[in-house]
Design a protein around this ligand. Structure first.
Ligand SMILES: [Zn+2]
Ligand SMILES: [Zn+2]
Length: 260
C-alpha cells in the first residue's frame, strides 16, 4: 500500500535534526510522498531546503498561514510567484481564515487570502486551505474570487457533511487528519463515512493532531496510516482501497509524478 501525507509541517522546530529518521519511518510505513505547506516566508524557504534533501519525496506549498497573515508584505506575492516554475512547488498555501485564534484581525486575513487565490489562479496551482470558525466567510470569499478555477484542498477538515459537499462543489478535495480518530468527532465521522472516496485526501498536519492511539505524542507522517484506517472503518472498505484512492487523488490534485 502507498500513502501520501497531503499536509505535514516538517520545517518545524520540533523536527529539527530528526528529519532523516522521520522520513525513514514514513517510508517504512508505506508513505511515498508528503506535501509540506509553508506558514511563513521563512518556513517556505526551509521547506524548499527539505525538498532538496529528500528529492521527489517532499514537495512544497507557498503560503502564509492566516494566523501569520500580518507578515504578508507587498513583495510576498512576487517572491512566491517567482517560485511558480520550481518543480518543488505544487500548491499555494497554506492560507485561509482562522477566527478561533485571535492572532490576526479577520479583515487582514481576508485580504491576504484573496492574494493567495489570485496567485493560485495566475500560476495555475491548487490551494491548500485552512479554516477554523470561519466557514461561511471562507466559502463566500472563495466563490467571489473564482477559486473553483484552480480548486484545492480543505485541509484538516473540521466541518460537517453539508460543508464538505459545498466545498466539493467549489472544486475542493476534503482532507482528513488525525482528529478524525477522536471519539467525539461525530460530525467528522459522518462526513468521512458518506463522502466519495475519489474526493478524499489524508494528512497528519504533523506535528499537531496526533491520531489515536498516539495522542499526546508528537505527530509525524508515518501516522497518516491511522487516518486511512479510520476512513476504511467508517466507509466499510479496506485500507488498501483508501490508500489507493487518496494517493491517486493527491497525485492528481498536486500533479505529482504518476498522476492518472
Ligand atoms: Zn492548518
Ligand atoms: Zn498546516
Amino acid at each position: 500500500m502507498e500513502f501520501i501525507d497531503s499536509h505535514a509541517h516538517l520545517a518545524y522546530d520540533r523536527f529539527v535534526g530528526d528529519e532523516a529518521d522521520l522520513v525513514a519511518r514514513a517510508r517504512a510505513a508505506g508513505v511515498v510522498h508528503m506535501v509540506n505547506p509553508g506558514i511563513t516566508e521563512s518556513s517556505v524557504a526551509e521547506a524548499l531546503a527539505l525538498a532538496d534533501r529528500f528529492p521527489g519525496f517532499i514537495t512544497v506549498g507557498v503560503g502564509i498561514h492566516p494566523n501569520d497573515a500580518q507578515s504578508w508584505q507587498p513583495e510576498t506575492y512576487a517572491r512566491f510567484k517567482a517560485l511558480a516554475a520550481d518543480p518543488r512547488v505544487v500548491a499555494v498555501g497554506e492560507t485561509g481564515l482562522d477566527y478561533f485564534r485571535e492572532h490576526c484581525p479577520p479583515a487582514i486575513q481576508q485580504t491576504v487570502l484573496r492574494e493567495h487565490v489570485r496567485l493560485a489562479r495566475e500560476i495555475g496551482r491548487p490551494l491548500i486551505i485552512h479554516t477554523r470558525d470561519a466557514h461561511e466567510d471562507l466559502l463566500q470569499l472563495l466563490t467571489e474570487e473564482n477559486a473553483d478555477e484552480v480548486g484545492g484542498v480543505m485541509h484538516c477538515f473540521s466541518g460537517d457533511l453539508a460543508l464538505a459537499e459545498r466545498s466539493m462543489a467549489l472544486n475542493f478535495y476534503i482532507s482528513f487528519a488525525g482528529n478524525l480518530t477522536y471519539k467525539n468527532a461525530k460530525n467528522l465521522h459522518e462526513a468521512a463515512a458518506k463522502l466519495p472516496l475519489d474526493r478524499l485526501l489524508i494528512e497528519t498536519d504533523a506535528p499537531f493532531l496526533t491520531p489515536i492511539p498516539h495522542r499526546g505524542e508528537r505527530n509525524e507522517p508515518s501516522l497518516v496510516v491511522k487516518v486511512a484506517e479510520m476512513i476504511a472503518q467508517l466507509q466499510g472498505c479496506s485500507v488498501a482501497d483508501v490508500a489507493a484512492a487518496t494517493t491517486a487523488n493527491a497525485r492528481r490534485l498536486f500533479r505529482l509524478p504518476g498522476a492518472a
